[in-house]
Design a protein around this ligand. Structure first.
Ligand SMILES: Cc1cc2nc3c(=O)[nH]c(=O)nc-3n(C[C@H](O)[C@H](O)[C@H](O)COP(=O)(O)OP(=O)(O)OC[C@H]3O[C@@H](n4cnc5c(N)ncnc54)[C@H](O)[C@@H]3O)c2cc1C
Length: 415
């Protein structure tokens, strides 16, 4: 039985979307899926997959066309990411970190308010970053987590950038930095070092991985997403030139406030994992899973009910995923913003739930390490832990926005 299309009905897609999803599917089936078990077992970065994506042009997917990229929009990117996630979660998730650097500097920055001077400066800086990706195939990472409340969007970054002649000196520590030791540039979120700095003074700087003062430390031996190799990064007075700015000073805060879909790019990977868990179940119950005896289990009514429940959950997840993909824009209205939290929460939580149902439905032999399902299950567990929008924080934000108008406060209760 041929597995379904990640976007449901491909007839509704643009020609570019259809082509890129097909390209990602071919790479995923033929290259990424066969390598995924080893990458997971050894917790190593998927360098070979990156070489394939580079050759296929996927590293420049969100670089604007006028800079030599594929110029994909938000909806196109998330559908392609989900397709890759079907075959290797760690590849899709790390690719997200890389693609976001071009997306943030590209169409998201285009949608923001800038002075003419800022716009000119941004054009000059981003041309350098885009050229590295397009002409040299360089890879960017996106370390922002620090272990405090900054990655949750609640306080300024502890990593600081001190302005010096011709650039900045970056100092601080990032944790869970996917692509550590693998990326060519770390897109570091940090705070401009000045008295009374706030979240409005955030900076997004590309630090070369081989710059003096950059070190990778710590181990990476997690439950799932083992191929992301998300170790610690230390920056000790690392000099970067002015051109390291990936968006102008002060503009990250505007982007985070006005283009919230920029944080919803982690979930497509988990949409792909949900689809993979469902595809596995169908294939396994039909006795068609490679590496298992051709024993059919589909005739048991309980299996049919369980598979139907999985399909219903999968379609609910896909529906909100696609709606969200098409909703992305600057200054979304309140309902769109709330649907975005609901989408992100649903994809992350349902992905793990569908993988759980898959193991329960298929049974003990399905979770052997010789098969992909147990890896899908472990990988899917990681989604709702990822900041800034963990499942808890989505619920927090959504609950508040459901019940309060912007700026509205409760009267103080006098005892
Ligand atoms: C596979 C994987 C890859 C990752 N890759 C990257 C990466 O490339 N770059 C990167 O920057 N990070 C990355 N992360 C890190 C991720 O985003 C989190 O920062 C990380 O999981 C640490 O989270 P924590 O649960 O320890 O955070 P904690 O700060 O300890 O938070 C624990 C929980 O408390 C809640 N919480 C946290 N702060 C608040 C608050 N202020 N108010 C209310 N509730 C709060 C949240 O629900 C959170 O889940 C990755 C994580 C994983 C699992």
């Amino acid at each position: 039985m041929t597995p379904g299309h990640i976007a449901g009905n491909p007839a509704k897609l643009t020609a570019q979307q259809r082509e890129l999803i097909e390209l990602a599917g071919t790479l995923g089936r033929e290259k990424f899926a066969p390598r995924a078990a080893q990458i997971d077992r050894d917790a190593v970065f998927p360098f070979d997959n990156y070489a394939d994506m580079r050759a296929a042009g996927l590293l420049k997917i969100c670089v604007p066309r006028e800079h030599g990229g594929l110029g994909a929009d938000f909806a196109t990117y998330v559908m392609v990411a989900a397709e890759i996630g079907r075959y290797c979660g760690a590849t899709a998730l790390t690719w997200n970190m890389h693609v976001c650097s071009a997306m943030w500097a590209g169409f998201i920055a285009d949608a923001l308010d800038m002075t003419a001077e800022q716009r000119a400066d941004h054009e000059r800086c981003r041309a350098i970053h885009f050229r590295r990706v397009v002409e040299e195939g360089k890879v960017y990472a996106q370390p922002f987590s620090e272990g405090g409340s900054a990655a949750a969007g609640k306080s300024p970054w502890g990593t600081v950038a001190q302005r010096v002649d011709g650039g900045y000196l970056v100092s601080g520590r990032k944790i869970f930095a996917s692509l550590s030791g693998a990326a060519d540039y770390y897109g570091v979120l940090c705070t401009l070092d000045k008295p009374g700095a706030t979240m409005r003074d955030s900076l997004y700087l590309a630090v070369p991985s081989d710059a003096e003062g950059v070190t990778v430390s710590g181990a990476w031996d997690p439950l799932g997403m083992r191929g992301t190799v998300s170790r610690n990064l230390d920056f000790k007075s690392v000099f970067v030139p002015d051109e390291a700015r990936m968006i102008p000073e002060g503009l990250y805060f505007q982007a985070a406030s006005r283009f919230p879909h920029m944080f919803a790019t982690l979930s497509p990977t988990y949409m792909g994992l949900a689809q993979a868990a469902y595809d596995f179940t169908v294939s396994y119950l039909r006795g068609e899973m490679p590496g298992t005896p051709p024993v059919k289990r589909r005739m048991y009514p309980t299996k049919q009910v369980a598979t139907a429940e999985m399909r219903i959950k999968l379609e609910q997840t896909r529906a909100i995923f696609l709606q969200n993909a098409r909703d992305a824009q600057v200054d979304p209205d309140r309902d769109t913003r709330m649907r975005l939290y609901a989408a992100h929460y649903s994809i992350m939580e349902n992905s793990n739930d569908i993988a759980r149902l898959a193991i329960r439905t298929c049974g003990g032999q399905s979770m052997l390490k010789t098969l992909p399902l147990e890896r899908i299950y472990r990988d899917s567990r990681c989604g709702s832990l990822m900041l800034p929008w963990t499942a808890e924080l989505c619920v927090d934000r959504l609950g508040r926005e459901c019940l309060y108008e912007p700026g509205e406060r409760d009267e103080e209760i006098v005892a």
